[in-house]
Write a protein that binds this ligand. Structure first.
Ligand code: ZN
Length: 234
């Protein structure tokens, strides 16, 4: 007998560690440093943190959908998503810092309060994919670990635990596979490998994950030929 979808214990651990990691990075930024660019094109750290806060609330919506059965999308529309970020981006650095922490603690409450059977309830992501609520901790894990790097505040992919890095690369390949965008590569990191393409690419797991998620040009990687530019991940 197969067990029903249950609390995703391992991923919940990655997520909790990721929130703590992001909180530490956030705590290091002075108010003045919020206005500086993040590593994401055209996004300041301030705007990125506004997105991080709104993303937590959006995921609370999915958990409440799973708990109650009442359809509650992450965002009412793409415009509403942008408007929410723009609004949070108007906050002062001190207010935004509190808002990120408050939104995170709303998400923590929603995760903790989710009844066991609700983890298998089907909800819909902002990309329109139907997934069990058990995906939500992973959806947030990848946000907090990767955006902590994007804040350009002294942490990198090498600070992300190996299991999370491997799960990130799995996620990238799964996304590409769904969209038929898998590049013609076979990627190697230690004893792990992804893809069955013609171009062999090898490097450390942090370097591989940074390249495949579009966070580096892959200059630290070894390859038999020129690296392709991987398709966007999310
Ligand atoms: Zn994001």
């Amino acid at each position: 007998m197969t067990a029903p979808t249950q609390e995703p214990v391992e991923v919940l651990g990655w997520w909790a560690d990721g929130e703590q990691h992001l909180g530490t990075v956030l705590g290091r930024l002075t108010d003045e440093e919020f206005a500086a660019p993040s590593l994401l094109p055209d996004w300041s750290r301030h705007r990125l943190l506004a997105h991080v806060a709104r993303n937590a609330d959006a995921l609370v919506n999915l958990l409440s959908w799973a708990r109650t059965g009442v359809e509650t999308p992450m965002y009412a529309s793409p415009e509403a998503r942008d408007a929410g970020i723009a609004e949070a981006a108007q906050l002062s650095p001190a207010e935004l810092r509190s808002e990120v922490l408050a939104a995170t603690s709303r998400l923590v409450q929603a995760m903790r309060g989710l009844p066991a059977e609700a983890w298998s309830a089907q909800v819909r992501t902002a990309q329109g994919r139907t997934v069990p609520a058990a995906e939500v901790p992973w959806m947030r894990s990848r946000e907090v670990w990767v955006h902590a790097v994007d804040l350009d505040a002294g942490v990198g992919f090498a600070d992300i635990p190996e299991d999370v890095l491997a799960a990130l690369v799995d996620d990238v390949f799964r996304m590409w596979d769904r969209r038929d965008q898998v590049p013609d590569v076979a990627v190697f990191a230690g004893d792990r490998e992804w893809g069955t393409g013609a171009l062999a690419v090898a490097g450390t797991l942090p370097e591989v994950a940074a390249w495949l998620t579009g966070r580096s040009d892959g200059s630290g990687l070894e390859a038999d030929g020129p690296l392709p530019t991987p398709a966007a991940w999310l």
